[in-house]
Design a protein around this ligand. Structure first.
Ligand code: NDP
Ligand code: 8X3
Length: 267
């Protein structure tokens, strides 16, 4: 019997590429995002491009905003029986908004990131995990970020939401010891998707400049890693994977030598 994979944020980037890869491998897909038309277009393209391995009966598209707790409840409770026993949950929906330092940031941006990246992810998990436990079968893959491991200026709340994803994933694993349920989190670095355009709020030149003259990860690169993580033999749990393009690495700590803090220096 085909396995069922539910992907949040399947209308773009990593989620869309995961949908394409899982379809090719004969999985049944539940695709979620706020844009139903985009999901339906992706599903139609999959039907045209995946050959006999995949048919219209193998995919459902659902307009769900993961910041809306009731919408999640309605959607999971209303899943058709053929799709209700989800085997793999890819908690991918997420975003960064803005790059301003904390004292200049917009509070509603912070709240949207917390509502999506943290609360959306825990709601989906809370809703689907009991079924996985009852069936003693399942895999949850949470998409974090290098931003959750390494702070950077302007990352403030985005970094913190992804640090949550990291620790929540590890703690879930601890709770699930003794069950045949896997939990993994993947922490990608710089990857070229719509992510930066959304972060820069329509300043597409700034978003595109971020990827200029380098070879970042692609959505397909990250999807390959996600799908591989769920395809290793069932006694193996990939706990945590951090992935960067070769063009990216760490820097030394920043040191302020402007002497603007004379008060501290003179104390
Ligand atoms: P994209 O912007 O290309 O895709 C984001 C996806 O999330 C879209 O499908 C969007 O769908 C969905 N989404 C956003 N908000 C909601 C919501 N409230 N409810 C439901 N779906 C939502 O970005 P990526 O593919 O790059 O991002 C995917 C994940 O990877 C995110 O969690 C991001 O933080 C993380 N990440 C990205 C990196 C990068 O450099 N690109 C690096 C590390 C991590 P829609 O708008 O249709 O709702
Ligand atoms: C996205 C990666 O480094 O732009 O999560 O924050 S980064």
């Amino acid at each position: 019997m085909s396995k069922i994979v539910l992907i949040t944020g399947a209308s773009s980037g990593f989620g869309q590429s995961c949908a394409q890869l899982y379809a090719k491998q004969g999985f049944k897909l539940i695709l979620l995002s706020r844009r139903l038309d985009k999901l339906q277009q992706i599903a139609n393209d999959l039907l045209l491009g995946s050959g006999d391995a995949f048919s219209a009966a193998d995919v459902i598209c659902c307009e769900v905003d993961v910041t809306d707790a009731q919408a999640i409840d309605r959607f999971v409770d209303g899943l058709p029986e053929a799709f209700s026993a989800v085997d793999i949950l890819i908690n991918n929906a997420g975003l960064a908004l803005g790059t301003a330092p904390a004292h200049k940031a917009n509070l509603s941006d912070w709240e949207t990131m917390v509502d999506t990246n943290i609360k959306g992810l825990i709601r989906m998990t809370h809703k689907l995990l009991p079924g996985m436990v009852a069936r003693n079968r399942g895999h949850i893959v949470n998409i974090g970020s290098i931003a959750g491991n390494w702070p950077y200026p302007g990352g403030n709340t985005y970094c913190a939401t992804k640090a949550f994803v990291h620790q929540f994933s590890l703690a879930l694993r601890a709770d699930l010891l003794g069950k045949a349920i896997r939990v993994s989190h993947i922490d990608p670095g710089m990857a070229e998707t719509n992510f930066s355009r959304i972060r820069m709020k329509g300043d597409n030149d700034a978003a595109d400049a971020f990827y200029h003259d380098v070879k970042p990860l692609s959505a397909d690169d990250v999807a390959d890693i996600i799908v591989w993580t769920t395809s290793v033999p069932e006694h193996i749990n990939i706990n945590s994977l951090e992935v960067m393009p070769v063009c990216q690495a760490w820097s030394p700590f920043a040191i302020d030598r402007t002497m603007e803090n004379k008060q501290i220096i003179n104390d």
